[in-house]
Ligand binder design. Sequence first.
Ligand SMILES: Cc1cc2nc3c(=O)[nH]c(=O)nc-3n(C[C@H](O)[C@H](O)[C@H](O)COP(=O)(O)OP(=O)(O)OC[C@H]3O[C@@H](n4cnc5c(N)ncnc54)[C@H](O)[C@@H]3O)c2cc1C
Length: 514
Amino acid sequence: MLILKVLSFFMLICGYVLQQTHSHIRHSAELKSSHTTSTKVLIIGAGISGLEAARLLEQKGIETIVLEAQNRTGGRVYSRRSKHGSMLDMGARYIHGTRGSIPSGFLTNPLWDYTQQVNIPLCTTGDHNFLGLYPPSDKFTLADVQRWYDEYLTFVREETRFASSPNNSFAYNLDLFSQQKNFTSDQRDVLYDLTFFIIADREGAELEAIDAKSYLDITSINYGEEPVICDTGFMTITNHLTKGCKDIRLKQIVSKVNYTNTLIDVWTTDGQVYRADYVLVTVSLGVLKSNAIEFYPSLPQWKLNAINRVGFGYYEKIYLLWEQPWWNFTNFYFFRPASINSTGLRFWVSANKWNGIPSVMCTFSGKVISLFKWKENENTIVQEIQDSIQKMFPQIAIPTPTEIYMSNWNEDVYFRGSYSFISIDQKPDDPFRLSEPVENRLLFAGEATSSDNYGYSHGALLTARREVTRLLYVYNLLPKQNIIATSESTKTTSTNTFLLVTFLSFQLLIVELE
Ligand SMILES: Cc1cc2nc3c(=O)[nH]c(=O)nc-3n(C[C@H](O)[C@H](O)[C@H](O)COP(=O)(O)OP(=O)(O)OC[C@H]3O[C@@H](n4cnc5c(N)ncnc54)[C@H](O)[C@@H]3O)c2cc1C
């Protein structure tokens, strides 16, 4: 008993000393700032996850402030209008799925549900016939390449089943497969190209960097059609979400978060100080990797390890627009992969007609984007695209595009890349570690914190619902039956807590949809 008393006295003294140290840090910043703004929940980032969290919390009567570094909301959802009037999605474009693979619709894409609730009209994109116009080589037929690709995926599944391979990347397995099939280098290259264009587009990373087993385990669910928002762009969704948020502060660049005390202090670069019970961090994994936000104390090692190991990819878009279509405009799409060019960039070219303006969208992926001076070399890149398209349609004299728009997610300090991917370095529970709260009051949401829908905007939305559920639980605002279930689980391990929060998120989702 005496030992306990001595120990508690010692801890009291330590606590006091720590408090003094930190209150000094807070004090010095407060001197610079005119006042401290207090709220219950402070959300960093007004992308889809930050907006959804703010909207839901305010619906439940929890005071919330959203701090956003840029002068717009939406984050990686950004549609810009061309001079011709068409909306070009520089970030997210497709709603990936209108139904689940389980007939009850349990896996229905929640973003699709949201568009139905608030009456956002969608356009169907028809079939993505990847191979329809894919010209692999004079030497092989399309059927050959399709068959090799299917066989290769089966091979990868078998090879990686027990994860005993020294390297689980798609590239390593492609080399093994090519050796086993006695492929010529041409055959190997054509299979590599196709795999790159199908998978790297989804992940924004090189085949050498993606963990094939986890990729195939997680991304094999077919959610059905993939519509787009034709006339008004994907940003229609984030604009709707924005309307549901009471207090969003733009041009507030968060530079420091001090979570030493019960209340968390957050500093912005213009010297503002905000104080909150809980802080929800929704910035991209690229921003977390860059240490642009200083956490005090430093984030725990398990969180830093996950931030370092989970992959964050590169994916950029360039739109070329013409006054008149020069291809058969009755086709919804043409899709073509362009072979590697002088700059080392690989890209897909796809054309559309849903917004009535003849445009071609080129997508670039992989780390070569980060090595290449992307924005500086706009003219070289556009020339390469034009040459590539000309090679695809040698019989047509392709006119010069009248408008060109280029994304720049990688060089933008508020994103530093496109979206997360499963890297060969990461551990299976790293995405879960990214989502885990620190000190029970520093919470994390955003696409990279989703174990199964990472990289997607609906994934980001679901992570917001997960964290809102967590907060409703601590504010005692969950429906009664959930609270009983929760209280029984408070002694459980973090994995169980995660499952519980996931379960409750689905409950919340169902309540929201009713
Ligand atoms: C090119 C591209 C194409 C895509 N295509 C699709 C698609 O077709 N379908 C799909 O479902 N998904 C797609 N995605 C993915 C989707 O856009 C993202 O998963 C989703 O938008 C991420 O939302 P988020 O809330 O997690 O993060 P973000 O949108 O990144 O939001 C984080 C916010 O934090 C802000 N911020 C950063 N630093 C600070 C700071 N220091 N202080 C304050 N605020 C800060 C940022 O400005 C940003 O607004 C695509 C992404 C890209 C880049």
